[in-house]
Design a protein around this ligand. Sequence first.
Ligand code: ZN
Length: 340
Amino acid sequence: MISPPDRDRYSRQILFPGIGEKGQESLLRSHAVVVGCGALGSFHAAALARAGVGRLTLIDRDYVEPSNLHRQWLYEECDAAESLPKAAAAARRLSRINSAISLRAAVADLTPANAEDLLGAADAILDGTDNFDTRYLVNDFAVSRGIPWFYGGAVGAYGLAMPVIPGRTPCLRCVYPQPPSGAQPTCETAGVLNVIVSAVASLQVADALKILSGHPESVAARITTLDLWEGNIRQIAAPARDPDCPCCGRREFPYLEESARPAATLCGRNAVQIHERVRPIDLAALRAQLEPLGEVRANDFALRFLSPPYELTIFADGRAIVKGTSDPAIARSIYAKYLG
Ligand SMILES: [Zn+2]
């Protein structure tokens, strides 16, 4: 039963026939996990908290920086000034938006080792990540456990969203059997418009609300792409599930094995090595992407990029050394920031 104050608070949402009182009760009992609290994730978290989703787990390994503020809706100048971890800053802000819900802030890199703890009790998982390593891990975990998850990405003015309902719609590996090869454009190299973020995140949250309010049948198996500068919005039916998909067809979940992670190991006193096995990098193309952002030195074998206080050395096979930190999570984050 909904309490009288909650009935008032959520009255406009209860009036919406898609939700109704039963749907609101269901939202209040639900648990959503937001993986990555950057641009997409901070929007997801705010919308879910305002909608009354009763439990939120927020996962992020990064700190708030001034360059986040133009698109990361939850954060304020003081968060950047304090270099607060995003998960902690998000939880602080959300507790003022909705003091009745339960919030868990995990300042962590999602890994095979902590996936059960962080994702295991989720009714829905929202993708706010900036890299395919984490998305494939989320996909393997969600499909293995039958948890709906909502893929989204945005860069420039372009974005894409796709729901994954295990057993019913294609999973990420049905659509993209392998992670993309080479360096992908990222918000750091190609820039991003703040409204594409909220548009993509809104599509993800809308589908999550259908699941959490008890209307899974309302989630359509489709891929939506948007370019808000060109003004193009397209929806295509998602391809059929691949019966031979290694993940949802054959039920092999290699991304849940710790050995599948690109190893990030301490390397010297203040450096971390990241080893990606299957990711050849076009160093000339990467040089062109990074040169506007800082000092780049390159030869045929490696490229060195200075992003103070860090120095990133990237090898043609995708391996990299991040100097300036001894924390593998920070090193992985810097790698993902510039190489996708
Ligand atoms: Zn699949």
